[in-house]
Design a protein around this ligand. Structure first.
Ligand code: PRP
Ligand code: URA
Length: 205
């Protein structure tokens, strides 16, 4: 697991946590935090060398050897998708739609659009929140069933309970986050957290 504790990441996360932050400012802070999280998540990505000409000389250039599949988890993960795509323009994007049942806290799937074969493809799952971990485990099972073995969960915030569930699942996943918070409350919300990441971006429906 990688916790990105850069001061600029902490400042964006603070804006997101603050209950006074309106939707537009929340989305802007999530966009900026996503750039930092993706940047760190891709730090060790393999590159291929390509000889190029600058206006002055020949030199080695570098390209991603195997651009990842990006998988935002709807709705809240949509707020990370464009920024991740801007950083990795060669990436393909798949989509998973899940809504957490407020009573049982179990994810209810409503959408799945993923390539059939994910063997030999790195995958970045984008979701601001890892709470009980149910949504992330469901998503990574879909990916693992298609052969994915190199999966990174990029989340703004994680709860210890969600990290534990991912570990116990035995699924192949690494977590990159800006914070591991204290705990979940009785309603399954991360404490101190930031509230409902979907509602704070898009309003409650
Ligand atoms: C939120 C969040 C995660 C999930 C995390 O989505 O974006 O997907 O809850 O909770 P978990 O770890 O306990 O599964 P939600 O289901 O509220 O839907 P939304 O993105 O449409 O608001
Ligand atoms: N989903 C959210 O959006 N926030 C939480 O705190 C937990 C799950």
């Amino acid at each position: 697991m990688l916790v990105v504790e850069h001061p600029l990441a902490r400042a964006r996360l603070t804006t997101m946590r603050d209950a006074r932050t309106d939707s537009a400012a929340f989305r802007a802070a999530l966009h900026e935090l996503t750039v930092m999280l993706i940047y760190e998540a891709m730090r060790d990505a393999p590159v291929r060398i390509e000889r190029i000409h600058t206006p002055v000389a020949r030199t080695d250039g570098y390209r991603l050897a195997n651009p990842p599949l990006l998988v935002p988890v709807l709705r809240a993960g949509l707020g990370m998708a464009d920024q991740a795509h801007k950083l990795i323009p060669d990436a393909q994007m798949g989509f998973v739609g899940l809504a957490r049942d407020e009573e049982t806290l179990q994810p209810t799937p409503y959408m799945e659009s993923l390539p059939e074969d994910l063997s030999d493809r790195p995958v970045l799952v984008l979701d601001p929140m890892l709470a009980t971990g149910g949504s992330m485990v469901h998503t990574i099972r879909l990916l693992a069933n298609r052969g994915a073995t190199d999966v990174t969960a990029v989340v703004a915030l994680a709860a210890p309970e969600g990290i534990q569930l991912l570990e116990d699942s035995g699924l192949p996943v690494r977590v990159v986050t800006a914070s591991v918070d204290e705990r979940l409350n009785d309603s399954g919300y991360i404490v101190p957290g930031l509230g409902d990441a979907g509602d704070r971006q898009y309003g409650s429906v």
